[in-house]
Design a protein around this ligand. Structure first.
Ligand SMILES: [Zn+2]
Length: 333
């Protein structure tokens, strides 16, 4: 059973939500804003579960009929607004929200609407939602989940309680992964660092053999950079360009490596590294490259990420990246 206690991180948000349940001051609209996989949907479900729990506490009890329905995904007073296209259209919002809001709750005191990807609503859809938000029935609670709340009209934002879901601290995420997925600490730490504090992303990586393979490939490539021959560089660049679906995670892994090099230079403490089991390589490389170079390499990764979106030739871009990375090492010696 999902409860507030079982959610990792987000203490401030959860305290706020529980306090508003206890005080009976529940708002008609909320925006849960934060990156992919951070726990927005989970928090929304638990909040809905607590609001409708027959026991009336500030946590879902897990035993009453409402909690059981919640668990089975068939609580009749909770609606998930879905969409099939890349955007949420006015039709989606009208049929699944505006037109059904006037229907009173079946049993409980609230009727709850959860809109995932709410920042994908086009303007027409947002205007339709706004009408509902202007005069909501007393029982309506609308929870908008967004990765970029700034995409919402200011008039919607001003009518909702905005709760920002921040990345879960790396140490907390690491021990959570170790406990939940039985991972050794060095693997959990690397995945926590890579995930940017997102439990959903971390969990997906921890369970993916593909991710582990990719990690191994990227690490062996990075270890070889200082002495890599040009034909190997060309080979890596070709492979990178050819595997579109893994480019983003490869770049993410490279950034974790660069971060480790910076961390080692800054504090010289191996215990703080994400790639724990690569301590020796990290130390060697950190000693032969300057801070300025590392910033430059990091920035270059940012450019490749941006270029991916506009379809620049990835093979050349990645080959140049490897070449420059290597040049920074020769300068640092
Ligand atoms: Zn209950």
């Amino acid at each position: 059973m999902e409860t507030f206690r079982s959610i990792i991180g987000h203490r401030r948000v959860i305290d706020y939500l529980q306090e508003s349940i206890r005080a009976g001051r529940v708002s008609h609209a909320y925006i849960f804003d934060g990156p992919e996989g951070i726990g927005k949907m989970l928090t929304a479900r638990v909040f809905a579960g607590a609001l409708l729990c027959r026991e009336g506490g500030d946590e879902p009890c897990g035993r009453c009929i409402s909690c059981m329905q919640m668990d089975g995904g068939n609580q009749p007073d909770v609606a998930y607004v879905t969409h099939e296209k890349a955007i949420i259209s006015v039709g989606d919002i009208r049929t699944q929200l505006c037109n059904v809001v006037p229907v009173k709750p079946m049993v409980g005191p609230y009727r709850i609407f959860i809109v995932d990807d709410a920042d994908k609503m086009n303007e027409e859809a947002q205007n339709a939602l706004l009408k509902t938000l202007e005069e909501p029935p007393s029982y309506a609670v609308i929870i908008l989940l967004t990765t970029n709340a700034n995409e919402l009209l200011p008039t919607i934002r001003s009518r909702a309680v905005m709760l920002s879901m921040l990345p879960v601290p790396e140490d907390e995420l690491t021990s959570w992964l170790m406990g939940r997925e039985q991972l050794p600490d060095y693997r959990a730490r690397m995945i926590a660092g890579y995930s940017g504090g997102s439990p959903g992303v971390a969990l997906a990586c921890a369970r993916s053999d593909e991710f582990q393979k990719q990690r191994d490939t990227v690490v062996s490539m990075l270890k070889a950079v200082p002495a890599m021959r040009e034909d190997r560089m060309a080979q890596f660049a070709k492979e990178f360009a050819g595997a579109k679906e893994t480019q983003e995670s490869e770049l993410g892994l490279i950034l974790v490596w660069i971060r480790d090099l910076m961390m080692y230079k800054a504090v010289g403490d191996k215990a703080r590294l994400m790639f724990q089991e690569e301590q020796d390589s990290i130390r060697d490389q950190a000693e032969h490259i300057s801070y300025e170079s590392l910033w430059a390499v990091q920035e270059e990764i940012g450019h490749i990420r941006a270029d991916r979106v506009v379809n620049v030739n990835m093979e050349t871009a990645f080959w140049l990246f490897l070449l420059r990375f290597q040049e920074h090492f020769s300068r640092g010696e």
